[in-house]
Design a protein around this ligand. Structure first.
Ligand code: ATP
Ligand code: MG
Length: 420
């Protein structure tokens, strides 16, 4: 991509409405834009980040034997009436009628719809276990949308649901999903902790949340000082001591919930009568698990965890572009030519590269590069005219080294290989 053709309206100052740094930088770096309260559009750069996070999620879930499906964004009220949630779910559920007076909701979560898909499709235990997932926009009419994509009304969620004949089988998938979640967040360059959210009455954990540590996080995470177990406040309030080592000393830190895994048991399958014939030919209500990841919130959390006073420091795996080539003087023919050639070479090598070929000052280009946060800058500037070298600079460490024009591609590739 050439920067001169890119829709990326960077802002010098933070819009007043943005209270936390991820929201400020997201708007300033031209990643997303507000449409109305809790409703945001993704601009090209923001969408690239989203797509990269989604690709990692897909790869890891597919590797864990999950199958991708796509359900309609709206769900008929009848399914929610079957589960009993039509009456229970409060004003967060956006309800509406079509022209025939049929009631619907814009899906905030899809246990009902997926259970309906399952019961229409599976009759025998032989098809189990099965895990289905989708990545799409959800809507929750949040009472207080805030912090941009962190708590919006429409947001992108990956939701997965697993179906099993037995609790033991659910257990295995639940643990596999927990492991997949660790891999997903690690690959996104995020330091996430898995926090026990609720201890089941009959032993065993039924729910865990994945938290990104950040001072601006809305959730409180307690770390046991005896065994380092992490738990959310509700769990500790219930028991007053660590469920693992009995210690009563905890350190409190703030976190952002980016994922949630849950053993549902037969909550929805019994309400919607989702059963299969067991190996003994006996109709059996299936066990279910559900597993969510806030994709758009993960993007915000990544900024919260990776930034400095100049802007975003994207982890390579989810950066909108890995490399930016900055040609400081567009009137210098040799520079322009070198920049273009390097750009074509890197594109050819399947490296995500953007060429800053705008006719603006070098200062503006540097500022934007730091603000948007491309992990690597290749600067073709004064030192190129003088010594024929290109400056290689890492956004995160600010490490800078001059490399000859002929060696720059090799240097870059070695760096990218070692960072993977
Ligand atoms: P929260 O406690 O933050 O309201 P939740 O527990 O209601 O979230 P879940 O139902 O567990 O959310 O949804 C799965 C994931 O979707 C969450 O872990 C979070 O990452 C994301 N998510 C939930 N609500 C929002 C929102 N309003 N905006 C952005 N992401 C959200
Ligand atoms: Mg949750």
């Amino acid at each position: 991509m050439k920067f001169s053709q890119l829709l990326c309206p960077t802002l010098k100052d933070s819009p007043r409405e943005a209270e936390i740094v991820s929201h400020q930088l997201m708007l300033r770096a031209g990643l997303s834009q507000k449409v109305a309260s809790g409703l945001y559009s993704y601009l090209p750069m923001g969408l690239r980040v989203i797509k990269k996070i989604e690709a990692i999620v897909r790869e890891e879930l597919d590797a864990a034997n999950c199958q991708e499906v796509a359900l309609p964004l709206i769900t008929p009220a009848s399914l929610w009436q079957e589960s009993g949630r039509w009456a229970k779910y409060g004003p967060e559920l956006l309800r509406f009628k079509d022209r025939h007076d049929n009631e619907f909701c814009y899906g905030p979560t899809f246990e009902e719809a997926i259970t309906d898909m399952f019961r229409q499709s599976v009759q025998s235990y032989k098809a189990l276990p099965v895990t289905l997932y989708q990545i799409q926009n959800k809507f929750r009419d949040e009472i207080r949308p805030r912090f941009g994509l962190m708590r919006s009304r429409e947001f992108i969620m990956k939701d997965a649901y697993s179906f099993h004949l037995t609790e033991d089988c659910l257990d295995i998938t639940y643990k596999a999903m927990e492991a997949a979640y660790h891999r997903i967040f690690k690959r996104c360059g995020l330091d996430a902790v898995c926090v026990q959210a609720d201890s089941g009455a009959i032993g065993g954990d039924v729910s865990a949340e994945f938290m990104i540590r950040a001072d601006t996080g809305e959730d409180e995470v307690l770390i046991c000082q005896g065994c380092q177990l992490t738990a959310n406040k509700e769990v500790i309030e219930k028991t007053n001591h660590c469920p693992k080592c009995n210690s009563t000393e905890f350190k409190s830190v703030r976190g952002i919930e980016v994922g949630h895994i849950f053993k549902l048991g037969t909550l929805y399958s019994s309400a919607l009568k989702a059963s299969v014939l067991s190996d003994l030919g006996k109709p059996t209500i299936v066990q279910m698990g559900c597993y969510g990841i806030g994709v758009s919130r993960t993007m915000a959390a990544a900024i919260e965890q990776h930034h400095d006073e100049k802007g975003i420091k994207w982890p390579i795996a989810i950066a909108p572009y890995t490399v930016t080539i900055i040609v400081t003087n567009m009137r210098d023919e040799a520079m322009v030519e070198t920049g273009l050639a390097l750009y074509e070479t890197l594109k050819h090598q399947k490296i995500d590269v953007i060429l800053d070929d705008r006719s603006v000052s070098a200062g503006v280009k540097f500022k934007d590069a730091e603000l948007i946060g491309f992990p690597i800058q290749l600067v073709i500037g004064k030192q190129f005219s003088e010594t024929g070298t290109i400056e290689y600079k890492e956004r995160d460490t600010q490490d800078t080294i001059n490399v000859s024009k002929d060696a720059i591609v090799g240097h870059l590739k070695t760096k990218l290989e070692t960072s993977n």
